[in-house]
Design a protein around this ligand. Structure first.
Ligand SMILES: Cc1cc2nc3c(=O)[nH]c(=O)nc-3n(C[C@H](O)[C@H](O)[C@H](O)COP(=O)(O)OP(=O)(O)OC[C@H]3O[C@@H](n4cnc5c(N)ncnc54)[C@H](O)[C@@H]3O)c2cc1C
Length: 342
């Protein structure tokens, strides 16, 4: 009598790095399923509408699928289309709109509890029935874009306050305050100013970390600052947000700025979530989940991590360029272990 087929490897998250893991497993013949609570490359869909990647296409390629784009660097739309083409080309088994809500260890295997989003339910928590799937190993590639760094100030949850910038058209003629010191804050401020908003950029440091800013946008940013289209407030913290203003603290001096829209471009930090439930610890200083960088396996045997989730609080430590290689390490480790994988 033939033995039953081994359970697949379950990958949680169909961002670029989860997809890269699926492609790598496919290449070594290990069956797998990708669970994605939204859609393939939804993190890229959530980029600002007019964003252009800082990476050139060859640094974003996965699975040998050519990445052609009209200019030197891809647009958001080209990036989204590319990763969806990768999933289609390799016929990856991606279960879109199926959120993994729990993972349990069961002897040498894992049991995943997922819940599919009902199409008629509208936005919000997935509400379909719970589906149970067995897996021989799990790859957690859930990113961190669900967890923006909160300022923890009163008013942060007001409707005109956002941790995500899409486009600036609706801010025309309004006072806008942007908080942050990285590239996202700079590009957000620039786009708002281009759209005719009156923009102030607030950052608690004394200046930008210049290597984080795309070099080719700096001349235009400096022009917007010199012309007064963007005002800068260094060494300044936001202490409260009201429906019409933000309260600021610079050294010991307080001030109030009118603000009809507020963008908190303060980065992200991964949360333990599913990994924590599986017993994986996060370093309290770096925020990095415990794992072997040679295999991406955590101390919980059969539990692997991939992608930006492994960067911890240093949000720019891992991105597509260097996270897309995690899948090959995982596939090699599982292939070396044989069909059981556990
Ligand atoms: C504006 C902007 C520009 C960028 N430009 C570049 C660039 O030029 N080059 C570069 O290399 N990087 C760039 N990055 C970084 C890049 O987007 C991330 O490094 C990349 O998305 C990480 O991929 P990932 O697969 O690890 O995670 P993500 O892309 O975040 O994917 C995680 C996926 O997991 C899903 N998920 C989460 N929880 C669950 C769950 N419980 N069940 C099922 N699914 C789940 C999410 O819906 C998501 O689709 C940029 C980022 C931003 C914000």
């Amino acid at each position: 009598m033939s033995s039953p087929a081994p359970a697949p490897v379950a990958i949680v998250g169909a961002g670029p790095c989860g997809l890269a893991a699926a492609v790598a497993l496919h290449a070594v013949g290990i069956p797998h399923i990708v669970f994605e609570k939204a859609t393939v490359a939804s993190s890229i869909e959530n980029y600002p509408t007019n964003l252009v990647f800082f990476s050139t296409p060859e640094k974003l390629v996965i699975g040998g699928v050519p990445f052609e784009c009209a200019a030197e660097r891809p647009t958001r739309r080209e990036g989204m289309d590319y990763y969806r083409a990768v999933a289609a080309t390799h016929r990856l088994d991606v279960r879109e709109r199926e959120c993994v809500i729990r993972v349990e260890r069961a002897d040498d295997e894992f049991v995943l509890h997922t819940r599919a989003e009902r199409r008629d339910a509208g936005a919000g928590a997935p509400s379909g029935p719970v589906i149970v799937t067995q897996a021989r190993a799990v790859v957690i590639a859930t990113g961190y874009f669900d967890y923006p760094n909160m300022l923890g100030v009163p008013g942060e949850d007001l409707p005109h306050v956002s941790h995500r910038f899409v486009e600036g058209e609706s801010a025309v003629g309004h006072e806008a305050v942007v908080v942050g010191g990285g590239n996202s804050a700079v590009e957000c401020a620039m786009e708002l100013a281009r759209c005719g908003a009156s923009v102030t950029l607030v950052h608690y440091e004394t200046g930008f970390v210049s290597h984080l800013i795309k070099p080719w946008i700096l001349p235009e940013f400096e022009r917007q600052v010199a012309s007064g289209e963007i005002r800068l407030r260094w060494s300044t913290r936001v202490t409260a947000i009201s429906p019409t203003a933000v309260s600021l603290l610079t050294d010991d001096a307080t001030a109030t700025l009118p603000a009809r829209v507020v963008y908190l471009m303060t980065g992200y930090t991964p949360r333990p979530g599913l990994l924590g439930e599986l017993g994986v610890k996060f370093d309290p200083t770096t925020g990095i989940p415990e794992h072997d960088p040679a295999t991406m396996e955590t101390p919980a045997r059969g539990v692997f991590v991939a992608g930006v989730l492994t960067s911890g609080i240093k949000a720019n430590g891992v991105f597509i360029e260097n996270g897309r290689g995690h899948g090959a390490l995982i596939a090699a480790a599982l292939a070396a272990r044989g069909a059981g994988g556990g």
